[in-house]
Design a protein around this ligand. Structure first.
Ligand SMILES: *[C@@H]1O[C@H](CO)[C@@H](O)[C@H](O)[C@H]1NC(C)=O
Ligand SMILES: *[C@@H]1O[C@H](CO)[C@@H](O)[C@H](O)[C@H]1NC(C)=O
Ligand SMILES: *[C@@H]1O[C@H](CO)[C@@H](O)[C@H](O)[C@H]1NC(C)=O
Ligand SMILES: *[C@@H]1O[C@H](CO)[C@@H](O)[C@H](O)[C@H]1NC(C)=O
Ligand SMILES: *[C@@H]1O[C@H](CO)[C@@H](O)[C@H](O)[C@H]1NC(C)=O
Length: 316
């Protein structure tokens, strides 16, 4: 019989046992100081890029040009994509606008989602769960836009929490400085912005903006939430339906076509004119369906240039 394991441990033994954990905590604080800094300086998740405040050196002292909500419609189980998008947007250069990036999905359906999504919300607070069954062309976009006035009512001290609202897919990368630049001079009301469909059309009044990522001004979001026209036409290809609401309601007199600065990821043999080679002046690249496509895109735009040399890694 071995009785050593049952002897009462001395204070020295306890300290000895705890030492590795204390060291680990110390190492964590040394390696990830920014985690603590970002949280304590802004009190918000790091992906929310806000330049409204000049109380810290992170932010431009100018008044923000506008406020934009980017709602990325995705599925609860797309954890890895959300991780990538948070990473990418948190590393974008500062812009003189308030841009909130949020992930949007319908009701959770599985027990693991109820735990894992809850953890994400505790950490990042960038998720909106709408009251709907998960779907793509069965009215999710209608539910998204029409819920926003209620969800954000009063959150900015007035009834206009944002100037613009975007609906985006989870396979598109927006270069935020270029996006902000392209919106600066645009109308703040009755505005519809995006990539015109059909692919070879350059006329924003025919027919509608591709669902890859389009923007409506806040007054149109309010109209969507209160008018019968969208309510009665909520089911169907979501981007086409949004265009139809604007036509039926005689809305969106101000339209902005982003071509050729928005496009589908370049493929060797283009099947349509929605895709072309990378160009320096890009606002957004769409159809980033897998990590190699994200990597090629981010590499082209020199996003990895910020990497500092170190003895700790070697990335040729
Ligand atoms: C913040 O900006 C405002 C005007 O934009 C200025 O009046 C104020 O002094 C600035 N505060 C700090 C701490 O820089
Ligand atoms: C979504 O979930 C909420 C709360 O759990 C529930 O009240 C509502 O009926 C659900 N809606 C749909 C469409 O399943
Ligand atoms: C916002 O809230 C106020 C007061 O709580 C209410 O009077 C108003 O109707 C609400 N607006 C919307 C769009 O829900
Ligand atoms: C929407 O549908 C309802 C009933 O389903 C009808 O009473 C109303 O007139 C319709 N409104 C529009 C604008 O089509
Ligand atoms: C990326 O960096 C290279 C080398 O500095 C430069 O030639 C190129 O124009 C940059 N690309 C973009 C899209 O800015």
């Amino acid at each position: 019989m071995n009785s050593i394991g049952f002897t009462k441990p001395s204070i020295g033994t306890i300290i000895l046992l705890l030492l590795p954990f204390m060291l680990l905590a110390l190492i964590f604080v040394v390696i990830y100081p920014n985690e603590f800094q970002l949280q304590s300086l802004t009190g918000i998740a790091p992906v929310i890029i806000t330049h409204a405040s000049n109380s810290t050196s992170f932010f431009s002292p100018e008044k923000p040009a506008f406020r934009l909500l980017i709602g990325i419609l995705t599925l609860p189980d797309h954890y890895e994509r959300r991780h990538l998008l948070r990473l990418v947007y948190s590393l974008e250069p500062p812009v003189n606008a308030v841009i909130d990036v949020k992930f949007v999905f319908c009701n959770l359906t599985k027990d693991d989602q109820r735990v894992l999504v809850a953890l994400e919300i505790i950490r990042f607070d960038d998720i909106i769960i709408l009251d709907c069954p998960e779907n793509m062309n069965d009215g999710k976009t209608y539910t998204y836009f029409s819920s926003l006035p209620m969800l954000f009512n009063g959150s900015n001290g007035d009834d206009k929490p944002y100037d613009y609202v975007m609906k985006a897919d989870d396979d598109i990368y927006f270069r935020l400085p270029r996006l902000v630049e392209s919106l600066k001079e645009d109308a703040r009301e009755d505005m519809y912005y995006g990539f015109v469909i059909p692919c070879d059309s350059m006329d924003p009044f025919h027919d509608y903006m591709s669902g890859m990522g389009y923007i409506l001004s806040w007054d149109l979001v309010q109209w969507i939430s209160s008018s019968n026209i969208p309510r009665n036409n909520s089911v169907g290809p979501e981007d086409m339906m949004t265009g139809k609401w604007m036509t039926l309601g005689q809305k969106a007199k101000n339209r902005f076509n982003t071509k050729p600065a928005m496009y589908d990821f370049p493929i060797p043999v283009p099947i349509d004119t929605c895709s072309h080679e990378f160009v320096p002046d890009t606002i957004a690249v769409h159809r980033l369906k897998d990590n190699p496509k994200w990597a090629r895109t981010l590499k082209y735009f020199n996003v990895t240039d910020a990497l500092k040399p170190s003895k700790l890694y070697h990335i040729p």
